[in-house]
Design a binder for this molecule. Structure first.
Ligand SMILES: NC(=O)C1=CN([C@@H]2O[C@H](COP(=O)(O)OP(=O)(O)OC[C@H]3O[C@@H](n4cnc5c(N)ncnc54)[C@H](O)[C@@H]3O)[C@@H](O)[C@H]2O)[C@@H](O)CC1
Ligand SMILES: Nc1ncnc2c1ncn2[C@@H]1O[C@H](COP(=O)(O)OP(=O)(O)O)[C@@H](O)[C@H]1O
Ligand SMILES: [K+]
Length: 504
């Protein structure tokens, strides 16, 4: 899986390469500028066909240095280029200063005033990249960038990050100031976490990652990519070889969520799936189910009895289960048998008065699948800082919150959203439903129930919670993308055969 870096990890990789003598900072900066120009011309071929007008906004650090390189390269293509600098050239770091001086031999460096009134063909935002450490305070500039990226006439190219967004957290560091936007953001060497977190992906527009000659490394967190087909296909054997998932369902008239989870678990390849519901709800469920089996479970004693069959090797509790003491007792019984368990929705919310009671009972085989609301009920102190405006970068992120939660809970956490984070004590990964993987159709009732079913089905086949959570998340988004507009949650399991066939 591709790696997503923090600013610090990026600086370490860069320093290690420079210390080894394999590359200089100047060379990296030159390649960054070249890569940015190439990415822009490839995205907008009309800009490649003849000379145009550009305004380059350079900041006080190395991001600004990249901007001077871009200015020089565009001028070399015959473009009319204006360069505006924020701050004093004497304060620029050495490589940026050198590129400033090269540009100064070609054209003037103007002071960046509050407003950018020009309407050129291309504006390059090289004000701040990974080094932004304080809130960005220039409303005139940020509003102009946002405006231009919104309109049709001017293309906004951001170097590394649209300025003002924190590249570690994807959060806007400028309370009360209009957030910047770009039409294309070019990241150097690797994408940063902020390209896939929070509201920043939307502000980035499109994302291109350009190679600048640094070696691949294991630093960072994974960006979830397609799961390996070999772990998803069936190769002979008996249905019990693919596990038997048990999904607990709700009472009369409340069975839809669990039925969708059950169907998801079966479609993703669990050998067998059984839905356990109260006696009163058996009939209505029987009328809606065929391949999914049904069993009666009126209370926790029934559940304990059902679980005596140890072929039931993955459990799902939550969708439509109802809040309260009854659900808490079921969760305890499910956790006691120490089998892989997905706890979703009501199974988590039932512990909001005393999350510690839940944490004490969790084990490594558990996957908790909260959306932000549910997360805040179980981990209020970890969620609260995400609601306050950050005062400095790098800011606390959803990734930080999910990792801390996983540590506290001692299991795998899957924090849902367009940016979904999967974390446990050993690993963390981020799935971004952005750019060419946008899946806005997942914002529909029951999408989460289906995801819980996908995870449970994979856990029945392969008891690795981190794999199950990441693979299910990728497949879930792929099903939504494959279906497209008009998606409702029931469609998700029905798209799995196509998505799986494409992977094979
Ligand atoms: N690390 C690397 O390997 C490479 C970095 N490159 C570029 O260098 C950038 C990082 O450079 P820097 O670390 O110099 O960081 P930046 O250029 O992003 O900004 C840092 C500068 O801005 C100042 N600053 C931070 N917040 C401010 C605020 N709110 N108002 C005013 N000033 C503020 C800092 O004091 C510092 O002088 C990357 O984003 C990328 O564009 C590229 O040249 C390629 C290689
Ligand atoms: N705009 C979006 N883009 C991508 N994925 C989304 C979006 N909105 C929601 N999702 C995904 O859809 C699912 C919704 O789950 P959840 O909030 O639990 O809904 P429900 O309770 O209705 O099932 C999650 O997997 C979430 O990551
Ligand atoms: K920038």
């Amino acid at each position: 899986m591709p790696r997503l870096l923090s600013a610090e990890e990026m600086r370490e990789i860069e320093s290690a390469a420079m210390d080894s003598g394999s590359v200089t900072g100047r060379a990296l900066m030159e390649r960054a500028g070249q890569g940015a120009v190439a990415a822009a011309l490839s995205r907008w071929p009309d800009l490649a066909s003849r000379a145009h007008r550009a305004v380059i906004l350079c900041g006080p650090g190395n991001n600004g240095g990249d901007g001077f390189v871009v200015a020089r390269l565009l001028a070399g293509r015959g473009w009319e280029v204006r360069v505006l600098l924020m701050g004093d050239p004497a304060g620029l770091p050495p490589d940026a200063r050198a590129n400033h001086d090269l540009w100064a031999g070609i054209g003037p460096v103007e002071e960046m005033t509050q407003a950018v009134r020009d309407k050129p063909d291309l504006v390059v935002d090289a004000i701040f990249g990974t080094g932004l450490s304080r809130p960005f305070e220039a409303e005139g500039i940020t509003a102009a960038l946002a405006d231009m990226a919104e309109g049709e006439a001017v293309r906004v190219l951001a170097l590394d990050m649209p300025s003002g967004w924190c590249s570690d957290s994807g959060r806007w560091l400028g309370e009360g100031i209009t957030p910047t936007r770009a039409n294309l953001t070019v990241a150097f060497h690797a994408a940063k976490r902020g390209h896939y977190l929070g509201d920043a992906p939307e502000a980035c527009g499109a994302l291109a990652v350009v190679e600048i000659g640094l070696d691949e490394s294991e630093a960072g967190v994974s960006l979830v990519s397609a799961p390996p087909a070999r772990r998803l296909m069936k190769q002979g054997g008996h249905k019990y070889g693919y596990g038997h998932a048990l999904i607990l369902g709700g009472g009369v008239g409340k069975g839809g969520a669990a039925r969708m989870a059950a169907r998801g678990a079966l479609r993703i390849g669990a050998g067998l799936v059984t839905l356990a519901v109260p006696g009163a709800a058996l009939q209505e469920n029987a009328a809606r189910l065929d391949a999914v089996m049904l069993t009666r479970m009126n209370d926790v004693r029934d559940l304990a009895e059902i679980l005596e069959d140890d072929r039931l090797n993955a459990l799902c509790l939550g969708p439509g289960l109802g809040h309260g003491g009854g659900t808490r007792a079921l969760v305890h019984a499910a956790l006691e048998v120490e089998r892989p368990v997905v706890l979703d929705a009501d199974a988590m919310t039932s512990f909001e008065e005393d999350p510690e009671e839940l944490f004490d009972a969790l084990h490594l085989g558990v996957v908790l699948t909260p959306h932000m609301g549910e997360f805040a009920r179980l981990f209020p102190d970890l969620a609260a800082p995400l609601k306050e405006s950050p005062e400095a970068g790098p800011a606390y992120s959803r990734l930080d919150a999910a990792r801390l939660a996983a540590e506290r809970a001692g299991c795998t956490i899957l924090l849902k959203g367009p940016d979904t984070i999967i974390a446990n004590a050993e690993s963390a990964a981020l799935h971004g439903a952005f750019y060419d993987r946008a899946a806005p159709w997942l914002a529909t009732a029951g999408a989460g129930d289906t995801l819980a079913g996908f995870i449970t089905g994979l856990l029945a086949r392969d008891d690795d919670p981190f794999f199950a959570a990441t693979a299910a998340t990728w497949l879930h988004a792929d099903c939504a993308r494959d279906f497209g507009p008009g998606l409702i949650a029931e469609d998700l399991p029905e798209r799995l055969p196509r998505v799986l066939a494409r992977l094979a």
